[in-house]
Design a protein around this ligand. Structure first.
Ligand code: COA
Length: 176
């Protein structure tokens, strides 16, 4: 985000207005989205651990990266190895399951999560996906807002799904 001060003169009186304009970071530094591979494991784990109270383990992420039915993307800035965010997906016949998405805390609200999600939806659609599903904590407003913005709707609730605090998971679906 970028803020600035603008002055206007009305009938000889100087009026000062605060101007708030949204400037996406990805328009300032170039962020590329590329396929993720085994070499990205450490970087993905670092973003994961900075994003969740109960992060996925190294083994779980590694297993997902090696799953032949899965496909994944990372968002990189500056150099191809500078990973700011990732998304892990599973394609089961015509269903896309979004397993995990995270953007490093310093790079959030810059459009990176949207680009990762859009890239996954487009790729899955090209590979035959008709529907996308995901689960999200009821209290995770930023993720919920992101998904709603991209056309997902809540279709169910898994009561007490998360083991750390027995929080409900909302099940969301998007038809493609
Ligand atoms: C959810 C997450 C991936 C979003 O990534 P991001 O790069 O910040 O998302 P974007 O910048 O593309 O935001 C897209 C939209 O999401 C919504 N959004 C994102 N952050 C938000 C926030 N803090 N508050 C409200 N809405 C928010 C907005 O609608 C936003 O659009 P806008 O900026 O035009 O208003 C990121 O917050 C994150 O990594 N969170 C921790 C991990 C997590 O919870 N993952 C989801 C698990 S289900």
């Amino acid at each position: 985000m970028c803020c600035g001060i603008r002055c206007r003169v009305y009938l000889g009186i100087i009026v000062t207005e605060m101007v708030v304009e949204k400037i996406y970071l990805e328009n300032i530094i170039s962020v590329i989205i590329r396929d993720a591979g085994p070499d990205d494991l450490d970087a993905i784990l670092a973003v994961e651990e900075s994003s969740y109270v109960q992060p996925w383990s190294r083994n779980l992420i590694e297993g997902s990266l090696e799953n032949p039915r899965a496909f994944h993307f990372v968002a990189c800035g500056g150099t191809e190895s500078n990973v700011h965010g990732f998304i892990l997906n599973l394609l089961l016949v015509d269903e896309l399951h979004i397993l995990n998405i995270a953007v490093g805390p310093s790079f959030r609200r810059c459009g990176i999560g949207s680009r990762l999600l859009e890239t996954s939806l487009t790729t899955a659609q090209k590979r035959g996906a008709k529907t996308a599903f995901l689960e999200v904590r009821r209290s995770n407003i930023q993720a919920l807002t992101l998904y709603i913005k991209h056309g997902f709707k809540v279709i169910g609730v898994r009561r007490g799904y998360y083991s750390d605090n027995r929080e409900d998971a909302l099940v969301m679906k998007k038809s493609m």
